[in-house]
Design a protein around this ligand. Structure first.
Ligand SMILES: C[S@@+](CC[C@H](N)C(=O)[O-])C[C@H]1O[C@@H](n2cnc3c(N)ncnc32)[C@H](O)[C@@H]1O
Length: 227
C-alpha cells in the first residue's frame, strides 16, 4: 500500500516536471532569438553611433543594473537614436518589463524607431515623440528604473518630477554626472552638478557615481524602510 503511494507520488512528479520542459525550452528559444538579433544589430552599429549616444560601456552598465535588480518599469528621458534604449530594452526582455522613452527631435525619434525594429526590440519599447519637460509630469508611473540623458540644465526638474513616481528599491540613473568640483564654473556642468547635489541631499536616496562608468553615470537608489 505504502509502496503504491510512493510510486504514485513519483509518477506525479515526473509528469509535472516533464510538462514544464516545453514551456521552459520555448521561452529559452525565444530569448535566444532576441539575444542573437540584438547582438547582431549592436555589432553592426559598433562605433557608428553619432547622435550624442552613450558609449557601449555605459549601455552595459544600464543593462546590468536592470537585470540584476529585475526592474520592469523603466523610463528614459532623451532617446536620441536609441543606443541606451536598446541596452535597457534588451535587459527588460529578460525581466519581463517595458521601457517608455522620450525624444523631442522628430528625426532622431524616427531613426530610433527604425533601430528598435531592426534590433527586434519594438515590443519592449513605448517610444514617445514629446517634450519631456511636460511629459514627465503627465506620466503616472510608477517606475522602478529611470535613466535621465537629455538637456542637462533640466536634470533637477526631471528628478523632482520623477522621485515621487519611483518605487521603493528603484533607481534613478543619470548620464554625464560627475562629483561636483568646488571651483567649477562651466555652463555645461552647472545643471548636472546641481542635480547631483540635489540627489545627494535627499534622505530617502543613496546616490553615488557608478564605479565602472566612463562617461559618468550617477545612480540613486530609493532606500527601503530601515536602510
Ligand atoms: C545625449 S542625447 C541621448 C542619447 C541616448 N540616451 C542614447 O544613448 O542613445 C540627448 C537627447 O535628448 C533630447 N532632448 C533634449 N531636450 C529634450 C526634451 N525637452 N524632451 C525630450 N528630449 C529632449 C535631445 O534631442 C537628444 O536627442
Amino acid at each position: 500500500m505504502r509502496k503504491c503511494f510512493y510510486i504514485g507520488i513519483l509518477g506525479f512528479l515526473i509528469v509535472f516536471f516533464a510538462s514544464t520542459i516545453p514551456c521552459y525550452s520555448e521561452e529559452t528559444a525565444r530569448q535566444r532569438i532576441i539575444d542573437e538579433k540584438v547582438m547582431k544589430f549592436l555589432d553592426k552599429m559598433k562605433n557608428r553611433w553619432r547622435d550624442l549616444n552613450v558609449p557601449e560601456a555605459d549601455g552595459k552598465i544600464l543593462y546590468e543594473i536592470i537585470v540584476q535588480s529585475k526592474y520592469q518599469k523603466a523610463l528614459e528621458v532623451g532617446t536620441s537614436t536609441g543606443h541606451s534604449a536598446i541596452w535597457m530594452a534588451w535587459a527588460l526582455s529578460k525581466t519581463g518589463g517595458k521601457l517608455v522613452t522620450i525624444e523631442i527631435d522628430e528625426g532622431r525619434y524616427r531613426q530610433a524607431l527604425a533601430n528598435f525594429k531592426e534590433a527586434g526590440l519594438s515590443e519592449y519599447i513605448d517610444a514617445r515623440l514629446a517634450d519631456a519637460h511636460q511629459l514627465v509630469n503627465e506620466l503616472l508611473g510608477p517606475f522602478d528604473f529611470v535613466f535621465i540623458d537629455a538637456d542637462k540644465d533640466w536634470y533637477t526638474n526631471y528628478a523632482k518630477a520623477l522621485v515621487p513616481k519611483l518605487e521603493t528599491g528603484g533607481c534613478i540613473a543619470a548620464h554625464n554626472v560627475e562629483e561636483p568640483e568646488p571651483l567649477h564654473r562651466g555652463g555645461y556642468r552647472m545643471g548636472t552638478d546641481e542635480y547631483y547635489k540635489y540627489m545627494k541631499s535627499l534622505p530617502g536616496f543613496k546616490t553615488s557615481i557608478h564605479p565602472q562608468s566612463r562617461a559618468d553615470v550617477s545612480v540613486s537608489y530609493k532606500k527601503r524602510k530601515g536602510k
